[in-house]
Design a protein around this ligand. Structure first.
Ligand code: MN
Ligand code: MN
Length: 264
């Protein structure tokens, strides 16, 4: 069993706009469209038998604790069969239960997190499991050996303090433009919030933050990752905010190249 897509149509932890739950179906439609093909830029054929499996969408209830339990169980099922889950969110709150499942099988792994936002709030509008909080919970619980954040450009004072307290390594956009790049080690988990990209490339997100990564920056970062990447997620695509489906195409491209890297 190889890289396995798992759709997680869940956006009840979003603080501002719903819509990310509609993403998995839209991403799959582009990924498997006859308008393209399943060869990656690094010469992997994801259309070959067994190269890319699809576990379909999880049935995820609205209620937070029940949702997290369902997500962890769904991810565990794929991991226990020897697969490498590639989760299609959903909002970023899904990453906590996904990494709980990964931790149960692989122990604490290194995490690369691409995002405009650190998602390190202790709580957001009274919710400790908001999509603004997952990486605080992950670090407090010792679920990650390292957390390296790339693309950050909307940190608050509180989140900078949280990053220091929790030992988070940050390559913000200013550092990225100055040439800083993450030095990562495996086994690795990769979490891509599509708002890490500049909204010029990916307008279909709930929280547009100008001044971000290009699609080529992100693909180059993914291609340079060490192996193995044992699991990953691509989250926060919001079709209700998209413009002529361009962000769905970007999301599918990111998923394809990430799947190719995970297959190594
Ligand atoms: Mn995020
Ligand atoms: Mn974000």
């Amino acid at each position: 069993m190889g890289v396995t897509l798992i759709g997680v149509p869940y956006d009840a932890a979003s603080s501002f706009l719903r819509g990310a739950a509609e993403a998995p179906a839209k991403i799959r439609r582009v990924l498997f469209s006859p308008a393209g093909n399943l060869w990656t830029e690094l010469d992997a054929d994801l259309g070959a038998p067994g190269a890319l499996d699809d576990a379909g969408d999880l049935a995820v209830p609205e209620e937070s604790a029940a949702a997290r339990a369902a997500i962890t169980a769904g991810v565990r099922e794929v991991l226990d069969r020897g697969g490498r889950p590639l989760v299609l969110g959903g909002d970023h709150a899904v990453t906590l239960p996904v990494i709980e499942g990964v931790h149960a099988v692989h122990g604490p792994v290194a995490v690369l997190h691409v995002d405009a936002h650190p998602d390190l709030y202790d709580e957001f509008e009274g919710d400790r499991f908001s999509h603004a909080c997952p990486f605080a919970r992950i670090m407090e619980a010792g679920l990650a050996r390292r957390l390296v954040q790339v693309g950050i450009r909307a940190a608050t004072g509180h989140q900078r303090e949280q990053a220091r307290r929790l030992g988070v390594e940050t390559i913000d956009m200013a550092a990225w433009v100055a040439g800083a790049r993450p030095i990562l080690d495996a086994p690795l988990y990769v979490s891509v919030d599509l708002d890490g990209l500049d909204p010029a490339f990916a307008p279909g997100v709930s929280h547009r933050e100008p001044g971000g990564l290009s699609v080529r920056d992100l693909i180059g970062l993914l291609h340079a990752l060490p192996a193995p990447v044992v699991a990953a997620d691509v989250v926060e695509y919001n079709p209700r905010r998209d413009v002529d489906g361009v962000t769905a195409v970007v999301a599918a491209k990111v998923v394809k190249e990430l799947a190719g890297v995970m297959a190594r």
